[in-house]
Design a protein around this ligand. Structure first.
Ligand SMILES: NC(=O)c1ccc[n+]([C@@H]2O[C@H](COP(=O)([O-])OP(=O)(O)OC[C@H]3O[C@@H](n4cnc5c(N)ncnc54)[C@H](O)[C@@H]3O)[C@@H](O)[C@H]2O)c1
Length: 330
């Protein structure tokens, strides 16, 4: 297939591009490089530097490349920034999302897979969280994901678009080629590894939750497993595939959680030394436990997380950082 990957120069996007190329697909990446890295783009993929919010540009790319499907990984995705400056998030993720959907309609491209997020759930009533749990995002980032999901579903119903929304929990790990480089970095595992390398001590937010060790429990999904799910989701958008007769939504997680402290201890095992850390106050809006129910992805997509032992995932991230001490060249 011929696939457009928005945000394909970012963390999740670059690993997904690797998987798509490995499966023999032709890949065009559309990325404005606002948080991504051109150094992550392999020579086999074509990089167009621009925004998915540019409807005319996206239409041209889809038509000129005779593309079949879109994997939409591109987004702004910092929770704190979204609270401080929601306009960026609504402009990029929602208004830009409308432009992308309209370009797909104009070009007659009817297959779409979205990088969504567990942030759509907000504070869950129960855990593990399944896809039918109420959507009550508690920050603009999550709200923009919920809104885009909703737009996709209405477009699917009205215009026959075939869509899959994948709600990721905490993504972690690396391949040999691609790893996680964000500035600022808000994710736990890269911040722990940065502390292990001599960076600032990592702060564990909240040591007084009602969990066995007092720290919050999260579900960590390996980025390679995520990439595999993307391939399966794209297949599910084929014309006539009953799985996407109505918009499909699947959680992607490991299906079990680890406490923040357990992640630190696992990282200490991986790097072979103790890692400087401090316990800070809870962050507003951080629930004690966020774990995905993943039965739907298993049964509908036929997906199964393969490399989701914590030590393996942290080990892959650590190996990537050691092999790329300066991150990406650009
Ligand atoms: N990493 C996680 O733990 C996680 C969890 C849940 C959901 N997600 C979602 O997965 C997707 C990828 O996340 P990531 O961690 O790889 O983030 P990332 O910042 O590394 O990648 C996002 C990419 O999108 C690009 N981009 C942003 N706005 C764009 C625009 N208007 N036009 C074109 N390109 C644009 C950026 O330059 C970057 O390359 C995002 O949609 C994010 O919301 C990530």
């Amino acid at each position: 297939m011929r696939i457009l990957v928005t945000g394909g120069a970012g963390y999740v996007g670059s690993v997904s591009v690797e998987a798509l190329l490995g499966a023999g697909h032709h890949v065009v990446i559309l990325d404005d490089l606002s948080t991504g890295h051109s150094g992550s783009v392999p020579p086999e993929a074509e990089l167009v530097r621009g925004s998915f919010a540019d409807e005319a540009l996206v239409t041209r790319i889809l038509l000129a490349g005779e593309l079949d499907a879109v994997l939409h990984c591109g987004a702004r995705s910092l929770v704190g920034e979204s609270i401080r400056d929601p306009a960026i998030y609504f402009r990029q993720n929602v208004a830009g999302g409308v432009a992308l959907l309209e370009a797909m309609r104009a070009a007659g491209v009817g297959r779409l897979v979205l990088s969504s997020s567990a942030a759509v759930y907000g504070m869950p009533d129960a855990t593990p969280i399944d896809e039918d749990a109420p959507l009550r995002p508690i920050n603009p980032y999550g709200e923009t994901k919920r809104t885009f999901e909703s737009m996709m579903a209405w477009y699917a119903a009205a215009y026959g678009l075939r869509t899959v929304s994948l709600r990721y929990f905490n993504v972690a790990g690396a391949t040999d080629r691609n790893g996680e480089v964000h500035e600022p970095e808000t994710h736990l595992i890269p911040n722990i590894l940065r502390a292990a390398e001599g960076g600032p001590p990592v702060t564990l937010f909240g040591g007084d939750y009602g969990t066995p060790d007092g720290t919050a429990i999260r579900d960590y999904i390996d980025v390679s497993d995520l990439a595999a799910a993307h391939l399966m989701a794209i297949e599910a958008t084929a014309a006539g595939d009953p799985r996407t007769d109505v918009a499909l939504v699947c959680n992607l997680g490991a299906g079990y959680g680890f406490s923040v402290r357990a992640v630190l201890v696992a990282a200490e095992r991986v790097v072979g030394r103790s890692i400087p850390h401090a316990i800070g106050p809870r962050r507003a809006g951080d629930p004690p436990i966020l774990v995905a129910a993943i039965e739907r992805a298993r049964s509908v997509l036929g997906w199964q997380p393969r490399r989701s032992t914590l030590d393996e995932t942290i080990g892959s991230a650590w190996a990537w950082r050691r092999a790329h001490p300066a991150g990406y060249a650009d």
